[in-house]
Ligand binder design. Structure first.
Ligand code: CO8
Length: 255
């Protein structure tokens, strides 16, 4: 693997997104490799699967915007659906999945964290869905999962304004589950959590997890991909993405 590192510790395994130069932005290779890990097997001793980002700044700063430049609307829809399927696999994974967030979790990066079953964040973390700044919309499940966690009203506010949440606000809103002063304390929590699970029956662990995972489903994902395509095909999106890549403020024509 090139964009991910898979490591195994005493009672858990960890995927680290290894693109610190691009703030761990999710490109096609990250998705392919994530799919590969989720389709494979982990050591029997692993009781948790942790996902984190490399470097000091980010969990993941979104989908890789450089991949948007020459994409058609149909290709964007396919990309959205492929990402959704892989995140679905993560949400239904046979072990509890933990997003370990130490820094930015934005756009597709937050959507990855929302597809994990548990989100741990450190004090310096920033969570948000900035897609509308690019005249896009979330496309990896964010419009479906965020309302379930923070409520529809807050999901509409944060998605439509692109306002970020700091760590305290994220926990208060329910977008993250546990807050730690730093990464070292979060890692101790993970080690203790995994150790506790190592004393349980793996049968009852699997059954309880499966029951909780199936507590709600929605048909909104297709609509999200369709609308992602529409946003992708609008002129404003080319302006939004172009402005980001050229490091300037966008000027939207609302077409
Ligand atoms: N994609 C590609 N490159 C990125 C991304 C990204 N999402 N985020 C950061 N980078 C790159 C920067 O371009 C920069 O590269 P370089 O050094 O070559 O110029 C490098 O990472 C470091 O970033 P910055 O210099 O910008 O670091 P700052 O500390 O100044 O700022 C921010 C950090 C605030 C996180 C800033 O990088 C930023 O705003 N990033 C973009 C955040 C964003 O808009 N994310 C949403 C992307 S869209 C999305 O996620 C859609 C998901 C659904 C997709 C559906 C299917 C296609």
């Amino acid at each position: 693997m090139n964009s991910l590192v898979l490591s195994h510790f005493d009672n858990y395994s960890q995927i680290t997104i290894n693109r610190p130069q691009a703030l761990n932005a999710l490109n096609a290779e990250v998705f392919n490799e994530l799919d590969q890990v989720l389709s494979g097997t982990l050591p029997k001793s692993s009781k948790l699967l942790v996902i984190t980002g490399s470097g000091e700044k980010a969990f993941a700063a979104g989908a890789d915007i450089t991949e948007f430049s020459n994409l058609s609307g149909d290709a964007a829809r396919n990309m959205s659906q492929k990402g959704q399927k892989i995140f679905d696999k993560l949400e239904k994974y046979c072990l509890p999945t933990i997003a370990l967030i130490n820094g930015y979790a934005l756009g597709g990066g937050l959507e990855l964290a929302l597809a994990c079953q548990i989100r741990l964040i450190t004090q310096k973390s920033i969570l948000g869905l900035p897609e509308l700044n690019l005249a896009l919309i979330p496309g990896y499940g964010g419009t479906q999962r965020l309302p379930g966690l923070i409520g529809k009203g807050k999901a509409i506010y944060y998605t439509l304004t692109s306002e970020n949440m700091n760590a305290e606000t994220a926990v208060a809103n329910g977008a993250a589950d546990f807050l730690f002063p730093d990464i070292a304390e979060a890692q101790v929590f993970i080690e203790n959590f995994a150790k506790k699970l190592s004393f349980k029956s793996s049968i009852s662990l699997g059954l309880a997890l499966e029951a909780i995972q199936n507590s709600g489903e929605s048909a909104g994902f297709d609509l999200e991909s369709d609308n992602f395509k529409k946003a992708f095909e609008a002129e404003d999106m080319k302006e939004g993405v172009g402005a980001f890549l050229e490091k300037r403020k966008p000027v939207f024509s609302h077409k």
